[in-house]
Write a protein that binds this ligand. Sequence first.
Ligand code: HEC
Length: 142
Amino acid sequence: MNTLTCRLLSPLLSLVAAAALAAEAPPTPDTAYLPAADGAALYVEYCAVCHGSEGRGDGPLAGGLTVKPANLRRLGVSNGSEFPAARIAASIDGRDQPLAHGTREMPIWGEAFKRSQGAYGERRVAERIDALVDYLRRLQER
Ligand code: HEC
């Protein structure tokens, strides 16, 4: 190979190599093509069974629990005027929560969302929890 061919060919070869690598790369967790997390839909699917369809803590499973599910319409009121978004997010996630009374009847959603189909790791977990927190914020009674 003369020098000229070499100079023309090597960038071409690295392009081909790059393309081959890209084709072989494992599918990256890309949430771009997934529908955005819908707080209201997530709520109906995962939360209403205990907290009730309107968030009042009166879902069909509520009666069977030792601890009454929280009234999710009054999170602002019972914690001062400001909606405690960060605390609520942590409480829904549950993975970092110390067990104040030794038990937690509320599922650990951070874990459940991570294992659920189409979860795609932490980013998707955070998206779902954020969407739920937003939904709960809108639910607050003033
Ligand atoms: C199996 C029943 C059950 C389900 C399902 C459930 N919860 Fe709960 N939740 C509870 C109970 C009971 C409490 C009261 C405190 C405790 O036991 O942790 C609670 C407490 C909470 C709190 C804490 C309120 C506060 O002031 O700290 C939030 C927020 C909450 N739930 C949101 C949700 C969301 C969002 C979902 C759906 C992703 C959900 N819950 C699903 C039972 C449930």
